[in-house]
Design a protein around this ligand. Structure first.
Ligand code: ZN
Ligand code: ZN
Length: 114
């Protein structure tokens, strides 16, 4: 798995798991271990911290543009093409967020800003 870059944020393990705000230690997201090629997440925590995390790198060539939106099933964001669970957002702990994720199985890119 590629590199992990964080600002004001930490993740329990290097390739996925709970992601925490460094300032208040609340969870802000959960990244599933094995279904992504690339994950970038920016958020503003309820405590005021603005954090981000980037996992993996985008310097691949097989990525395809996004087709449609991720499906949300029980708060887990899933790729609509192959049903891969990708990540969850802990929306009660954050004010706003944006993400970019690339599904490992189908190579499609998904982005959203809220
Ligand atoms: Zn916080
Ligand atoms: Zn997919």
């Amino acid at each position: 798995m590629g590199s992990v870059k964080t600002v004001g944020t930490r993740m329990l393990k290097n390739n996925g798991s709970w992601i925490y705000c460094d300032d208040c230690n609340n969870t802000v997201a959960y990244l599933c271990y094995s279904h992504y090629d690339y994950f970038k997440y920016d958020y503003k925590c309820n405590c005021g911290n603005h954090g981000s995390i980037e996992v993996g790198s985008k310097d691949h060539t097989h990525f395809k543009p996004q087709l449609n939106e991720l499906e949300v099933i029980r708060k887990r964001m899933r790729c609509p093409n192959d049903d891969s669970p990708l990540f969850s957002i802990v929306d009660k702990n954050i004010e706003r967020f944006e993400y970019e994720v690339i599904c490992k199985k189908c190579g499609h890119v998904y982005t959203e800003k809220i």
